[in-house]
Design a protein around this ligand. Sequence first.
Ligand code: GDP
Length: 326
Amino acid sequence: MNTALITGITGQDGSYLTELLLEHGCTVHGVVRRTSALSRSRIDHLYSDPAIYGKRLFLHYADLDDPTTLRRVLNKVAPDEIYHLAGQSHVGLSFEIPESTCEMTAMGTLRLLEMIRDLPRPAKLFHPSSSEIFGAPEQSPQDEGTPFKPVNPYGCAKAFATQMVAIYRQTFGLFACNAIMYNHESPRRGENFVTRKICRAAAAIKLGQQSELMLGDTSARRDWGHSRDYVRAFWQMLQQPKADDYVLATGQLHSVQDIVEIAFTTCGLDWRQHVKQDARLLRPAEPQRLLGNAAKAKRVLGWEPQISFRALIEEMTRAELERLAS
Ligand code: GDP
């Protein structure tokens, strides 16, 4: 059975992927940063299970800006597969902290590629790229052949990392794959993303804990899927005979306003009485026409999203109702 190493194991995708890999019988090693406020809440249920933690799940302290430690973990664990999910993943925030976004997302990935190249038995690498690499694309929907044209620091850093993964595959023969992913959400999404922010606010308003919700551009549209659907493809990509890049998307666009309506309706509320616009939440630049064509993932991997947009927002809202009521 495979041994997998996950950077960013405590994040949304890392936690769902860990559950999936454990189901597949893999041993999972997670890399966690030693921060003062260590948040392990998304994997707490696994960490506190004595049948899992210390037997098939292990955590290691290391950081991508501390290559020596990471190299040591790689040598010790000798993984068959590496899922490199760590990094600052918020686009809005990347305008505030562009240097550290690029340091983690771009240089962090390059450092990891360099380490893998040096391993006596190079592990397979999964890299989560992003639709933000397309930024302002000339064609819609986008696929694996669409040129990169990022419009924010996050997209730019991801474009660099994506191309490096392809270069290391072509030049050094590494089994390294990019998943070019459109937004994917879940009840485990970070609170600064708009889906979680809206679902949480609707639930808080319902429970009398909040009175209004301030949003930026509610006409902004995205191709939103469920993280649980997406991590299935991560694993499938590394089980193929050949490394390759795949777009993972639902192929459907929805607006921020659609989220508002579903979340507030789920709570039995009228959004018009609670939602207001705050110009400070508008972004300096919005990506245009980001819609994915996942035909290749469907054809080669047999992958298709199974959870609808409505079911996703309803699940997220119900989870917030439960969380806030407890
Ligand atoms: P992103 O696609 O990675 O930037 O994911 P987000 O969830 O942060 O944002 C999705 C879209 O929602 C973007 O077009 C934002 O401009 C828009 N949006 C509108 N209001 C808000 C808000 O209050 N917070 C956030 N995060 N996004 C908002």
